[in-house]
Design a protein around this ligand. Structure first.
Ligand SMILES: CC(C)(COP(=O)(O)OP(=O)(O)OC[C@H]1O[C@@H](n2cnc3c(N)ncnc32)[C@H](O)[C@@H]1OP(=O)(O)O)[C@@H](O)C(=O)NCCC(=O)NCCS
Length: 201
């Protein structure tokens, strides 16, 4: 895939230099129109997406970073970048969401699940959507897609560690129609469990 760099206006009107990937013809089931009319493309994350992941991190507010990593992280280390991108798309599944701008795709969000039991029936799920692109439905789309993949893979339960003040994440899970339980751990974070069911409808 050929990569280009160019300046583009963000949804807030801010001019940003964004690392972009030249668009490949996407298949029909990966293209979505968001609530503001913009077009999102979702595809598997690959080892070639390290710069995209760095870019998404660079555009996260400190609050969003804290909600995702439960710590004030600034950059991913090269070891973390490898861990998050050099994946098998079986036990560790990750999807990249990009927004179409002109003839390019700008990466704006990522979601993943990582199986966390030897039996492979449970996986931890996590989401990172750039602040400028939150509330457009991207997180909802990514959860639905991950749920479909998990269902096909025989995963029964998604787990997630969520701060109690993370209303957006809790609402997203709550709106997913997946049965949800929550318990508070000793550090005060919520341990969420979602029961996977068929989401193809
Ligand atoms: C939490 C997070 C993943 C949510 O992603 P998102 O893309 O903003 O989520 P969505 O846009 O799908 O949903 C957000 C809201 O938009 C609403 N929405 C989405 N699509 C809609 C549509 N087409 N029409 C109307 N409303 C819509 C949802 O109902 C939801 O509203 P609510 O919060 O009032 O219930 C995102 O805010 C994020 O990355 N936060 C920082 C990192 C983080 O917290 N990660 C979680 C740790 S696991």
């Amino acid at each position: 895939m050929k990569e280009t760099y160019s300046a583009a206006p963000s949804p807030t009107g801010r001019l940003e230099t964004r690392h972009r990937s030249e668009e490949e013809p996407p298949t029909a089931d990966t293209v979505f129109t968001l609530r503001d009319g913009s077009v999102a493309v979702i595809r598997d994350l690959t080892a070639e997406d390290k710069s995209s992941l760095n870019e998404i991190m660079d555009h996260l507010s400190p609050d969003s970073v804290y909600m995702r990593f439960l710590t004030a992280k600034v950059r991913l280390s090269s070891k973390e970048l490898a861990y998050f991108t050099e994946i098998d798309q079986k036990h560790h599944v990750a999807l990249l969401a990009s927004i179409r701008q002109d003839n390019h795709l700008v990466p704006v969000g990522v979601a993943r699940y990582i199986q966390n039991t030897p039996a492979g029936d449970e996986a931890e799920v996590a989401f990172t959507i750039e602040d400028n692109y939150q509330n457009l439905g991207i997180g909802t789309l990514l959860l639905k897609k991950l749920t479909q993949l998990a269902f096909q893979a025989g995963i029964k339960t998604f787990t997630a560690l969520v701060l109690p003040e993370n209303r957006k994440m809790l609402n997203l899970f709550g709106n997913s129609h997946l049965a949800m339980t929550r318990t508070t751990n000793s550090a005060g974070a919520l341990e969420i469990k979602l029961t996977i069911c068929d989401q193809t409808a």
